[in-house]
Every structure is written in structure tokens, then in C-alpha cells.
Design a protein around this ligand. Sequence first.
Ligand SMILES: O=C[C@H](O)[C@H](O)[C@H](O)COP(=O)(O)O
Length: 153
Amino acid sequence: MKPIIVMGADHAGWSMKEFLKRKLESEGYTIVDKGTDSEASVDSHDYAVAVGEEVSAAEHTLGILVCGTGIGMSMTANKVSGIRASLVSDLFSAQMTREHNAANVLCLGARVIAHQMAWEITKVWLTAEPLGGKYANRVAKMMAYEQSKMKKA
Ligand SMILES: O=C[C@H](O)[C@H](O)[C@H](O)COP(=O)(O)O
């Protein structure tokens, strides 16, 4: 079963988000678009939180965030509990971040890579699956640390 894809972008990433959304819809994915809807200047933070919270709350859901570099999106999304967001610019990392790190949000930089490269990365990222075993144990440690900090707060 294909995951639901929650997407978000700031003004710098809007065009790439729209491109990827069309591609994903043509491949049969269901998209939840959290905006933005134009190239008017906005703050990436708002979209990273909106996508992160939805991915964190819902089963069988993955997120894709696009800003100029992908950096602001990834930094902010990783503040949301349950989110493992990774900024990816190459195909090997796209595969590894799913297989080894079980990333649940993909961040892309529209001022760093071309639209077509973003689509190639997205396809690899969505095809790769977390490998489990020692990798799952490492991800579990990561999430246990987050949970321990939340309890103290
Ligand atoms: O990490 C942040 C992103 O790259 C933003 O897309 C970028 O900072 C936006 O810059 P500006 O508001 O100057 O277009």
C-alpha cells in the first residue's frame, strides 16, 4: 500500500513542490498539501511544523518538505516529536536515509538541485524501506532519547 504523502514548501520551494506533487499524483500517491501556494515570501518554519505534526500523528504517512536549501525545513521538522527528517541531494543518501535511518520526512533544496533530480531522489526515497535489525535498534535509541527528554520537560 502506498503511503500518504504530506507536502510543504516555502516560497523558494513552492515550484518544486508543485512539480513533485504532479509527478506523485500521476504515480497514484495521495497527497496532502499543507502549502504554501505561491512564490510570495513566507517562513519555512510554519510548513515544516505543519507537515511534521501530521506525519507524526498519522500512521502510514511520509512527508516531503522543500525550501531554498532544505536546511531550514530539516532543522525545524526535526524539532517535532517523532520526526526523523533528512536533507538529501543525492541518490545514495536518499536510499540510506530510509534503509538505515528510517527517515519519515524528506527535505529538498530547490536552490541546490534541479526539479528532475528532486524527482529521482523522491522515487528512490519512496522505494527504499527501513532494513530493521541493527538499524532499527539505532533508530529506537534515537527515539528513546527524544522520549526521555520530553518526560523531563
Ligand atoms: O533554510 C531556509 C531556506 O533555504 C529558505 O528557503 C531561505 O532562507 C529563503 O530565503 P529568502 O527569504 O531570502 O528567499
